[in-house]
Design a binder for this molecule. Structure first.
Ligand SMILES: NC(=O)C1=CN([C@@H]2O[C@H](COP(=O)(O)OP(=O)(O)OC[C@H]3O[C@@H](n4cnc5c(N)ncnc54)[C@H](OP(=O)(O)O)[C@@H]3O)[C@@H](O)[C@H]2O)C=CC1
Ligand SMILES: CC(=O)[C@@H](O)[C@H](O)COP(=O)(O)O
Ligand SMILES: [Mn+2]
Length: 383
């Protein structure tokens, strides 16, 4: 029985993780969990899965939850300390980090210190402090298992392979909601249009990231850290069907790809069962003949500026990816709230990066400081 702590239980990845846990009651047990403020969904999950500890985002949600739950044996808490407690609660074997944003960083580091295997969906954590997370994982001999579909694909392609034989990683990108629009046509796009991803049903933040192509940028940085591969050996390929989840080219020109219908339960379950596999009964089988043609296109970096910024920040290194991530988190939130236009997201990121002088090999404190300063700077520009 694998004991799971799940951060971000009410989200898109969280709910799908719970469906995997529910499908295999003899394999997995939910020991602890967190959510933000979505108390209705949180209570449903608590009643169904009976976790021993629940963390919520703030005191107000905590007070409401206390009134709703008459079950004494569930411990609850709020804020950053509670998020950490949920991550490392009692005898947890595996932390599924499915929270959104860099708030997931410290709980991840603490879980690694406690020798808990990490199944990581929360890509912002790896972008903002990939060197710290991977150094910690090496030092404490903890597995860092990818949940993001592209990284799970690469991870599966690399099973039994030596990393010295890799020529390049090829990360596929759907192009997001606006892939058929020109840059000019992006000027007045709405939040509702941006949230309409062609292939995946996901949380709001990542869906906007897909539309700006920042999601792919974050994934490039995530791949750099997870697979210890230089940026020069990472390519992005437009593939609008999201059937090929990513590919690895080896020195002998052989290319291995991982395919499947777009269903996040597959990479989630693989991270939970690795190196084994379990059936996923109600997942749609891939029948390639149903798709007829698959499409591929070269990336135009002038069209997708956020992807260029992500490569730039990764190559500069130090605290520059922290700035990229924090500026993006703030800008996307502002766009979702209707405070800025779609194309201003990339402008704000560019301005934050231009202003910043990267600090090499930052420690946690420096990362947190740069993260906060960047957020303040972007908020000032917005207001
Ligand atoms: N969705 C997907 O298919 C994929 C997602 N990912 C990555 O996985 C992560 C989660 O994505 P997704 O599930 O789509 O996101 P969602 O927005 O659907 O869910 C986010 C979860 O985090 C909680 N949360 C949000 N902010 C805070 C906070 N400040 N403190 C504590 N908890 C918080 C939310 O709680 P509440 O509901 O109460 O607000 C919710 O449970 C992201 O990093 C994303 O990039 C990667 C690959 C695919
Ligand atoms: C499901 C998943 O892993 C997402 O990150 C997905 O990749 C988004 O698709 P695009 O960013 O390619 O549009
Ligand atoms: Mn992805």
């Amino acid at each position: 029985m694998k004991k799971i702590s799940l951060l971000g239980a009410t989200g898109s990845i969280g709910i799908q993780t719970l469906s995997v846990i529910e499908a295999h009651p003899d394999e997995f047990e939910l020991v602890s969990m967190s959510f933000g403020r979505n108390i209705k969904s949180g209570i449903e999950i608590i009643r169904k899965f009976n976790p021993r500890f629940v963390a919520v985002q703030d005191k107000e949600t905590y007070e409401k939850l206390k009134l709703e739950l008459e079950i004494d044996k569930i411990k609850i808490g709020y804020g950053q300390e509670a998020l950490i407690e949920a991550a490392i609660f009692d005898d947890v074997d595996c932390l599924v980090n499915a929270v959104v944003g860099s708030v997931g960083l410290v709980p991840t580091l603490k879980a690694i210190e406690n020798k808990i295997t990490i199944a990581i969906a929360n890509k912002e954590t790896l972008v903002t402090a990939g060197h710290l997370v991977t150094e910690y994982a090496r030092k404490h001999e903890v597995d860092l298992l990818p949940v993001d579909s592209e990284h799970s694909a690469i991870f599966q392609c690399l099973q039994g392979e030596k990393s010295k034989n890799i020529k390049r990683l090829i990360i596929t990108a759907s192009g997001g909601s606006f892939r058929d629009k020109t840059r000019e046509e992006l000027t007045n796009v709405t939040v509702e249009q941006a949230l309409n991803h062609p292939n995946w049903s996901m949380g709001a933040k990542i869906t906007i990231d897909s539309a700006t192509m920042m999601n792919k940028g974050l994934e490039v940085i995530e791949a750099h850290w997870l697979f210890n591969i230089p940026y020069q050996k990472i390519d992005v390929l437009l593939h609008k069907e999201s059937i090929i989840h990513s590919l690895v080219e080896f020195h002998d020109r052989s290319v291995i790809a991982q395919l499947g219908t777009p269903d996040m339960r597959v990479p989630i379950q693989y991270a939970l069962t690795y190196p084994d596999r379990l059936p996923l009964e109600n997942a749609k089988r891939l029948e390639l003949w149903e798709h007829g043609k698959l499409h591929f296109e070269k990336i135009n970096f002038n069209r997708y500026k956020c992807l260029q910024y992500a490569f730039d920040s990764g190559k500069i290194g130090g605290t520059m990816p922290t700035v990229l991530n924090a500026a993006n988190e703030e800008a996307v939130e502002a766009f979702l709230k209707g405070k800025i236009k779609f194309l201003q997201i990339e402008d704000l990121i560019e301005r934050a990066m231009d202003k910043h002088k990267s600090i090499a090999h930052p420690d946690l404190e420096q990362i947190q400081e740069v993260d906060q300063l960047t957020r303040n700077f972007v908020q000032t520009l917005i207001s």
